[in-house]
Design a protein around this ligand. Sequence first.
Ligand code: AR6
Length: 353
Amino acid sequence: MPFFIVKNDITKMKVDAIVNAANRSLLGGGGVDCAIHRAAGQKLLEECRTLGGCEAGEAKLTLGYDLPAKYVIHTVGPIWHNGLYSEKEILYSCYENSLYLARSKGVESIAFPLISAGAYGYPRDKAISVAEKAIKDFLAENDMTVYLVLFDGTSYAFSKKRFDELRDYIGDRYAEEHKESISTLYRRKFRAKQRAALDLCTNAEPSFGNSSASVDIMPEMCDAEALIDYSGISKKIDEMLDESFSEMLLRKIDERGMTDSACYKKANIDRKLFSKIRSYRLYRPSKATAIAFAVALELDLNETANMLKKAGYALSHSNKFDLIIEYFIERGIYDVYEINEALFAFDQQLLGA
Ligand code: AR6
């Protein structure tokens, strides 16, 4: 099941369990520990008193009391010295032990803060890498929805070099796109109306946010009917009926010699959503879902465009989301987690579901 980086206050997360970056006493402290105790109420501290503390890298569970989450998992991160005191291994254990403890309680969704990256001084980018590695390793073998909640300083959560490169890449292409003539824009709008009309004929999964929706169904669409060439539309429907998105996806999975589960896990897609797509031939995924599969299948830009077309979408240079995807595919980088870090840094919808 999927992994997401989100900006939030962890005490507000509506998940089965949240994780607390505690200290060895488990009796409260500053930072996220303080926020969790404050939001959960006095009973949390009372239960914590019965636990006998916790060693670094280990995890203990309590109820969530006044929190939206049913459980709090308390773990103690390493204090950062210089990286030579097994900090990485201890931090990895914090995530691993918390996840397995959560699994033993039947938890289906869990949210982590960035353990050790506050008072304990662990460098933020390094802390994110460890968190991602531990979560990814766990999700390769287990089903759970995992959130990494970043609270502050979120301008970028990954390599500064990559961030700068991407910013330039987006800047260059964005500028090019906006040099377009009015007539080109007019033609594009007209084509969008045609596609919108076609969308009405298909079963649509709602898409979220503006950034990744390729076509807005415009209110004035009904007035545009006179402009629509219906023979073109029915030809498009025929083309779509040749091979649907779902059929193309399943064919590509076979051609790649992948298993279904390897594919949906790599795509950061929930098993239930994959089953829906698998069993309904004309299922229309959201654009982010369609791209997630293209990435999991390691399609090049042409093949990605082809696959997106099956679901009624295209990549364009007029939105950041598309440009970020294009940047990674052009470079043959097909790691959804890495792409999601970049999408997160640029405030875009993440891949997966
Ligand atoms: N929601 C999500 N993340 C938060 C929140 C929040 N409400 N508040 C802070 N963070 P820290 P540590 C982030 O210092 O480094 C405590 O006193 C914060 O921005 O809370 O593991 C304990 O009792 C940072 O990125 O935990 C220990 O003594 C991350 O949570 C000690 O601090 C972790 O910062 C543990 O230090």
